[in-house]
Design a binder for this molecule. Structure first.
Ligand SMILES: C[S@@+](CC[C@H](N)C(=O)[O-])C[C@H]1O[C@@H](n2cnc3c(N)ncnc32)[C@H](O)[C@@H]1O
Length: 277
């Protein structure tokens, strides 16, 4: 009985997450702000011709498409198939062949050891149950295969953005862990445990710009990024709370801004690679 209730609650939670990531225009974030991350991850994991690659929580293919361009055979898996048309268009523009499949990172629809390389670019970090998701990454990777992850760090801009939004967001469901914990090397080492070897982790930044002011970034961000749109909706009935969230997000961007002609923000992430034992 408990299992049934848990399974039903989990389906409802995942449906909510899917609807959230389909809000706004996530593919424009991947395309315009962080395209570098997919390429960095593909290079760090040494993806190449003949590799069978799974991109977990692939979105519109930020890592899947550059992986396919190396000559690898790539499956892009995501909870939110609403993002796939943009991914297909991206792949077509680049001349890459990618297979797009709906799937939950916590219950990947693949047999054990079916991939040479398992990647996730700021993706698996958003699955709510970290151990379950980590177990799945390890399970579908063949012994000797590679796992590569890019995750926003808790201390970096995106980690701070989630902390800034928290007082305005709906309370997280019981048992859900905060996404930026995946940006903490110790947490990921603990999740993967002795099932991997050769762990290499480093903190890097991706530079985001192209907006004349912190307020311009915020006004764009609140129309494109699902979690931010959902946070605004949560306080939508209260103009004072909306104004306070507006203020806090612009203040966050202003604090990080090192630009002189338009904003320049460094967003920190953890790049972690490992070999499946
Ligand atoms: C920030 S986007 C990253 C997408 C892509 N990897 C990129 O680099 O642009 C996070 C992605 O995680 C996906 N996601 C969230 N929860 C998931 C889950 N439980 N299983 C699979 N994908 C999930 C979302 O649908 C979304 O595409």
């Amino acid at each position: 009985m408990t299992d049934t209730i848990d399974a039903t609650a989990d389906r409802a939670l995942k449906a909510k997450h899917r609807a959230m990531w389909a809000l706004g225009d996530y593919p424009s974030v991947a395309r315009d702000l962080i395209p570098e991350l997919g390429r960095v991850l593909v290079a760090a994991t040494g993806v190449g011709p003949g590799d069978r690659v799974l991109d977990v929580a692939a979105g519109s293919g930020n890592a899947a498409v550059p992986a396919a361009l190396t000559g690898a055979e790539v499956v892009a898996s995501d909870l939110t198939p609403e993002l796939f048309p943009a991914g297909r268009a991206f792949a077509a523009r680049e001349g890459a062949e990618v297979t797009w499949e709906e799937g939950d990172a916590e219950a990947l629809p693949y047999p054990d050891a079916s991939f040479d390389v398992v990647l996730s670019c700021v993706g698996v970090m958003f699955a709510p149950h970290h151990r379950q998701a980590a177990d799945e990454l390890v399970r579908v990777c063949r012994p000797g295969g590679r796992i590569g992850l890019v995750s926003w760090t808790p201390e970096g801009f995106v980690g701070e953005m989630f902390r800034t939004m928290k007082p305005y967001a709906p309370p997280p469901p019981p048992g859900a862990q905060p996404p930026p914990l995946w940006g903490d090397e110790r947490h990921v080492r603990d999740l993967l445990g002795d099932r991997v070897t050769d762990v290499v982790a480093r903190r890097q930044t991706v530079t985001v710009g192209g907006y004349p002011s912190p307020e311009a970034w915020r006004d764009s961000w609140k129309t494109v990024y699902g979690p931010t749109i959902a946070t605004y909706r949560n306080v939508g009935d209260d103009p004072e709370r909306v104004a306070a969230l507006d203020h806090d997000l612009a203040a966050l961007a202003a604090r990080y801004d090192r630009g002189t002609d338009g904003i320049v923000l460094d967003w920190e992430y953890l790049l972690l690679t490992a070999r499946r034992a």
